[in-house]
Design a binder for this molecule. Structure first.
Ligand code: APR
Length: 231
């Protein structure tokens, strides 16, 4: 069975990474638009670098949680592909092998002159004024508000192939990611795991599982094995 997962900040909440919209529009004490928009970058690149340097350092100290781990384990018996809005690497560290990052990756940097000149940073900081080989400033490899989402077509294709679509830990506030549900095949079963009410404005029939990511994924796993007769 082909399973596609659309994950958001909520899946990493139990690992200790704060979500965006659970905290009054502040994200780890910053105004989201100051640190996560192209305007914010032009206005104050040092603040933006500092913010992502801190997030990268924090990422080194957190661990994947049970929800990430169950998704990785499901690869043993199912074809699982993950489309994540998260910039952390917790899906990969849990063992998932097919992950695309719609909004970029914290552990990478790129040149402001060429978006395809991408560097592995690991958990180190981008130093003030640090440049790529082409002379362009290094910036976080993150898709900010006001920027295009280069992987959206690939993501839509992955969603369209799903027999089961699991949406987990996203408020479905940010487009184009939130619109991906509409690409699911008519025959696909769609589940949404979130402890809060998620306002879904589209037309698809969704089964809501009102649980935190770890408990919700435990239930989802049991259901998938029962439904497919695998053990
Ligand atoms: N388990 C599952 N879901 C949870 C948990 C948990 N333990 N805790 C919170 N949530 C849910 C919240 O109820 C909310 O619906 O996670 C969701 C998080 O929503 P957002 O903070 O809006 O995060 P997300 O949807 O990933 O944001 C999308 O916005 O700022 C941008 O680029 C950024 O990728 C991000 C995008």
């Amino acid at each position: 069975m082909k399973i596609t997962v659309l994950s958001g900040a909520g899946i990493s909440a139990e690992s200790g990474i704060k979500t965006f919209r659970d905290s009054d529009g502040l994200w780890e004490n910053y105004n989201v638009m100051d640190v996560a928009s192209i305007e914010g970058w032009y206005k104050n690149p040092d603040l933006v670098q500092q913010f992502y340097n801190e997030r990268r350092k924090q990422l080194e100290s957190v661990e994947p949680n049970k929800a990430h781990k169950i998704l990785a384990e499901l690869e043993r018996d199912f074809e699982v592909e993950i489309v994540t809005q998260n910039v952390d690497n917790l899906h990969e560290r849990a063992g998932s092998t097919k992950v695309i990052h719609l909004h970029g990756e914290l552990t990478k940097a790129r040149s402001v002159k060429n978006s395809e000149r991408i560097y592995e940073l690991g958990y180190r900081e981008i130093r003030k004024g640090e440049k790529a080989e082409d002379g362009g400033l290094l910036r976080p490899h993150i898709v900010w508000f006001g920027e295009a989402v280069p992987l959206i077509e690939k993501a839509a294709e992955i969603v369209s192939q799903a027999e089961t679509l699991i949406v987990i830990g996203t408020s479905l506030n940010v487009y184009p990611a939130a619109g991906l549900l509409e690409y699911a095949a008519g025959s696909a079963a769609i589940y949404l795991i979130d402890p809060a009410e998620v306002k879904y404005v589209g037309s698809r029939r969704i089964t809501f599982i009102k649980e935190k990511a770890s408990d919700g994924m435990e239930k989802m796993k049991q259901y998938l094995y029962e439904a497919t007769g695998k053990c």
